[in-house]
Design a protein around this ligand. Structure first.
Ligand code: MTE
Ligand code: HPA
Ligand code: MOS
Length: 738
């Protein structure tokens, strides 16, 4: 099929595609909101006097706890996020907001607010949290067989630990919300949210009004990556509260540094492991303990930890496992969903372990990985059968072939023999990623399709567009299901007034769920049109008009729920995932012993997208996800200062991947003959899985580092593998003092 571009591709580059903040000119008299920020990471708020802000010219109102008609709490799961806190739980937490005719007026007003604090000691790291017993939740635990016995009985044993850094979403569009009273007693909000129905729920809670008075719209987002799954809610709530109080439209938009200081990131993790394995490098048993840094509130940290525990096997059979996870409570931003949702943090540990086993036994890491793959009909540690496990081996061998793996391993060895201070590394790593929300009830979607008498069509669904191409795929699905060209179909902006009770567009399931719901609605309309007599006409619009005159409804609602999934957190068993997405990557890097810098020379990817609904979108998701994974694993280092302030609050201090970090040679291919019969159009979800293909780069770096040593020694490398980290690892490998 032809590679149709993203439906907004033209708008993205010309600037015609609008984002929430671009709508500002549609709201005359709009007020701008600015927060009063607490100067401590942990403190008691002793007093707050917002009154003086009103003396500032252009300030129209202030917002404090006294203005909240309902529950002043935006916490999505546990209600643990006060809008106006009395105990400060992270640095720069807003304690009040000021509304001004201009942003400048609001900012100046905010400086006039008087607040007194009593500073308290802050917990700022996972280590501190463990030492103080500061947890949100846990332990969550998945076990299989008796891991301790299996390890004790195995011929080899190793232990280790791994520190895994967080990641800033750095969506190009920062968080934004615009609220306005509507014309019949309700309130309408435009929000950059991945989860409009939850934003609606939170606004209704804060205003103490039923949800039918709140509508949330989202035209599109300029990237979200999980960062707007729950963390769009507080800004929408402030905008709503401001509009409710002043009866004027109110805009909240976080400039980049505020977005980086106030919103959550990928969870940093700390892992400890003990592993037993045999002479053939087969895993016998694994004991694993994971701690995540949840930050100041719970947010989505529980399901993130569950997904880490589900994915601590990646593509490998672990016959005996005891894996537990704790969510640490720290005085930092509240860490949240980020592409992969804990999966990457779980998977990186087993990849780290397998390379250690390979070094210990002096076997090639790719051989060790391959020997531990799931085979058909094996089941995971939570009891789900890996039905199509043969795909792992098929992808592996096809990719090794197409990337010329064996020959390149020989040439890497030759290069390394000739260079003392520059070494190359080559690695291949697999990805197996479970598709479905792990909370089963989220796996549902609705749609509504309206056909007008001229044959033109409006499609509504509950998903949100964040650049991932959901609407491009929905357009194709609707076109095929109705038998109407894409040009006749309009995908409407997402709005809670069209489809109620939607799930977040997340877990990579946007197309699987919403696409199937749209297809269901289209099928109903099409069947009605097909039931018309021959004389109804041949073109779509003729038949539509005939149907109208015959009093046949030209609109339909569609619904979809993922079949046959279930999970019981009490026993930690079930079938949480509808299916797995697979892929593998080969990376070759060159590492410099003097600087610790590395360069990625070549990357080959083979990824399983099923039957692609849109090859150009899927390719973009694979390339983009991979690059984002490379950023997480090798470049992006979040730092907090001793006061608990985010020290990397801008692109000047936070290193993002750019063109220079992409491989010189970058081959991306789709697995062929890969249709997934139980998913819409035989496709597979693609949003998150490719991020984890970037493990190949990290493992190639470890491979290069290992060749600085004598062999037989595992490579310790924390993540991200910054030049400092690599430099230290090389010194260690060479047996030199640090
Ligand atoms: N791609 C772009 N361009 N922008 C994004 O924000 N988010 C990712 C992924 N790809 C994202 C993206 C994440 S975290 C998820 S869960 C999926 O897209 C969500 O969309 P989907 O379910 O429609 O794939
Ligand atoms: N993945 C992504 N987002 C989610 C999930 C999940 O499994 N559960 C709740 N939000
Ligand atoms: Mo994606 S982390 O599930 O929004």
């Amino acid at each position: 099929m032809t590679a149709t571009p993203h439906e907004s591709a033209r708008g993205h580059v010309t600037g015609e595609a609008l984002y929430t903040d671009d709508l500002i000119s549609l709201y005359p008299g709009i007020l701008h909101a600015w927060p009063v920020l607490a100067p401590h990471a942990h403190a008691d708020l002793l007093s707050l006097n917002a009154e003086p802000a009103m003396q500032e010219p252009g300030v129209i109102a202030t917002l404090t706890a006294a203005d909240v008609p309902g529950e002043g709490n935006t916490g999505a799961n546990r209600h643990d996020e006060p809008l106006f806190p009395t105990e400060i739980l992270y640095h720069s937490q807003p304690v009040a907001w000021v509304l001004g005719e201009t942003l400048e007026a609001a900012r100046r007003g905010a400086t006039r607010v008087i607040a007194e604090y009593r500073k308290r000691t802050a917990v700022l790291s996972i280590d501190d949290a463990i030492a103080e017993g500061s947890y949100h939740s846990g332990p969550f635990r998945i076990t299989r067989s008796n891991a301790a016995e299996a390890i004790a009985a195995s011929p080899h044993e190793l232990t280790g630990e791994l520190r895994i850094g967080g990641q800033e979403h750095f969506y190009l569009e920062t968080n934004c919300a615009i609220a306005q009273l509507d014309t019949s007693g309700g309130i309408a909000i435009e929000s950059s949210t991945q989860h409009p129905s939850e934003t609606q729920e939170v606004v209704a809670r804060v205003l103490a009004i039923p949800r039918n008075l709140v509508t949330i719209g989202c035209l599109r987002m300029g990237g979200a990556f999980g960062g707007k799954e729950v963390q769009a809610n507080p800004w929408a709530a402030i905008a709503a509260l401001g509009a409710w109080k002043t009866k004027r439209p109110v805009r909240v938009r976080l400039p980049r540094y505020l977005d980086m200081v106030l919103t959550g990131k990928r969870h940093p993790f700390y892992a400890r492991f003990k592993v037993g394995f045999d002479e053939q490098a087969r895993l016998c048993g694994v004991e694993l303990m994971l701690w995540s840094d949840g930050g100041w509130s719970l947010d989505l940290s529980d399901p993130v930890m569950w997904r880490a525990l589900f994915h601590c096997d990646n593509a490998y059979l672990i016959p005996a496992l005891d894996a537990s996870g704790w969510v640490c409570k720290t005085h930092k931003t509240s860490q949240t969903a980020f592409r992969g949702f804990g999966g990457p943090q779980g998977m990186i540990v087993i990849e780290d372990i397998l390379d250690r086993i390979a070094r210990t036994l002096s076997l090639p890491p790719d051989v060790v990985r391959e020997r531990n793959f799931y085979r058909e009909e094996d089941s995971t540690h939570y009891g789900q059968t890996v039905k199509d496990a043969d795909r792992i081996a098929r992808i592996w061998s096809e990719l090794k072939q197409s990337s010329d793996f064996e020959a390149r391993r020989a040439s890497v060895a030759k290069f390394n023999a000739m260079h003392a201070n520059t070494k190359r590394g080559l690695a291949i790593t697999p990805v197996k990623f479970g598709i479905s929300f792990t909370a089963t009830f989220f796996n549902q979607a609705g749609a509504s399709v309206l056909v007008y008498r001229d044959g033109s069509v409006q499609v509504n669904h509950g998903g949100t567009e964040m650049g991932q191409g959901l609407n491009t795929k929905i357009l194709r699905i609707a076109s095929e299901a109705l038998g109407v060209p894409e040009s006749e179909i309009r995908i409407m902006p997402t709005n809670t007034a069209k489809i109620p009770n939607t799930s977040a567009t997340a877990a990579s399931a946007g197309t699987d769920l919403n696409g199937a719901a749209v297809a269901d609605a289209c099928r109903q309309v099409r069947e009605r049109l097909e039931a018309l007599p021959e004389s109804a006409g041949t073109t779509f619009s003729q038949r539509v008009d005939t149907a109208y005159r015959s009093r046949i409804p030209l609109f339909a609602q569609g619904f979809y729920k993922t079949p046959d999934i279930h999970f019981d957190p009490k026993t930690a068993t079930g079938k949480p995932f509808h299916y797995y997405a697979y892929g593998a990557a080969v990376a070759e890097v060159e590492v410099d012993a003097f600087t610790g810098a590395h360069k990625t020379l070549r990357v080959d990817i083979l990824h399983d997208v099923g039957d692609s609904i849109s090859p150009s979108i899927d390719r973009g998701q694979i390339e983009g996800g991979f690059a984002q994974g490379v950023g997480w694993l090798t470049l992006e280092e979040l730092l907090w200062d001793a006061e608990g302030r985010v020290a990397t609050a801008g692109a000047s201090t936070y290193k993002l991947p750019s063109w220079g970090e992409l491989p010189d040679i970058f081959n991306v291919n789709f697995l062929e003959r890969a249709a997934e019969p139980t998913v819409i159009m035989g496709s597979k979800a693609v949003g998150e899985p490719p991020l984890m293909l970037a493990f190949a780069v990290r493992e190639a770096i470890r491979d290069a580092v290992a060749s600085f040593g004598k062999g037989g020694e595992p490579v310790d490398l924390n993540s991200p593998a910054t030049p400092e980290c690599i430099f230290r690892a090389i010194r260690t490998a060479k047996g030199e003092r640090l």
